[in-house]
Write a protein that binds this ligand. Structure first.
Ligand SMILES: C[S@@+](CC[C@H](N)C(=O)[O-])C[C@H]1O[C@@H](n2cnc3c(N)ncnc32)[C@H](O)[C@@H]1O
Length: 230
């Protein structure tokens, strides 16, 4: 068998935290896009079921998901899953890396381009923790997928996002009857306990997502917090 060809870089930018790049490699079922953030492999689109589940689990728990906030654009799969729900009227995506917002306005990765082209979407450059920490609009759904989770960070300053003040601030931006969901690349018992302290244990649940990648099994997880209806 011939060795696999190395990934090809299709876009690259020098970000404030290091190189941000989009690469493409040939997978068994077609091209696979890879995202490098701050010089580190962040994700690819070979297996996006957990990114999609982040959106679907939240939308299933929210009777009126008019307004959605997403922290972390990535390759756009969570945002695209949100946009497939016709009930959704507005989606604000807050993304730290300006290059990704540029690439959503270009024609490089189909999912990213579809997100950028949807008239319901507003792309905002910035740290989602800072964005949620200021008073403003309430959202029916708040989705956070910016890092692997508090026990395994890619971008160290993101530890703040999983701390009590930021979680309280995020919950304060969830509208009555709404939901906050946080994605993690492994189970995070300390985060689950902290969310229970902040929101009340009966408002918090964990959804474990068993994933098979590269011949290995992983438990990704979603942390779901619901806000009672007014
Ligand atoms: C794993 S990706 C998100 C994947 C996305 N759910 C998808 O479906 O493709 C994480 C994204 O969060 C962004 N990010 C990291 N820290 C952030 C922060 N503090 N605020 C906003 N975006 C952040 C990264 O640049 C990256 O685009």
């Amino acid at each position: 068998m011939l060795p696999a060809e190395p990934p090809r870089t299709v876009a690259r930018a020098d970000g404030a935290r290091g190189v941000v790049a989009l690469r493409v490699r040939q997978g068994p079922a077609g091209p696979v896009h890879e995202l490098i953030v701050a010089g580190i492999f962040a994700m690819d689109d070979a297996e996006t079921s957990s990114e999609i589940a982040l959106a679907e689990v939240a939308l299933a728990r929210c009777p009126r998901p008019d307004r959605v906030l997403i922290g972390g654009l990535g390759l756009g799969h969570t945002a695209l899953a949100v946009l497939r729900d016709a009930r959704v009227e507005e989606v604000t995506v807050v993304e730290l890396e300006p290059a990704l917002l540029d690439w959503a306005r270009a024609d490089l990765v189909p999912a990213l381009t579809a997100v950028g082209a949807d008239p319901r979407v507003r792309l905002v450059e910035g740290d989602v923790g800072a964005f949620l920490g200021t008073a403003g609009t309430e959202y029916d759904v708040v989705l956070l997928d910016v890092d692997n989770g508090p026990s395994f960070l890619v971008h160290e300053p993101n530890h703040l996002l999983y701390g009590e003040p930021a979680l309280r601030a995020a919950l304060a931006r969830v509208a009555p009857g709404g939901v906050l969901v946080i994605w993690a690349a492994q189970r995070e018992p300390a985060l689950l306990a902290l969310l229970g302290e902040v929101a009340g244990p009966d408002r918090v649940s964990e959804v474990v997502l068993p994933i098979h990648r590269d011949g290995r099994a992983f438990d990704y997880a979603l942390y779901v917090v619901t806000r009672p209806a007014a």
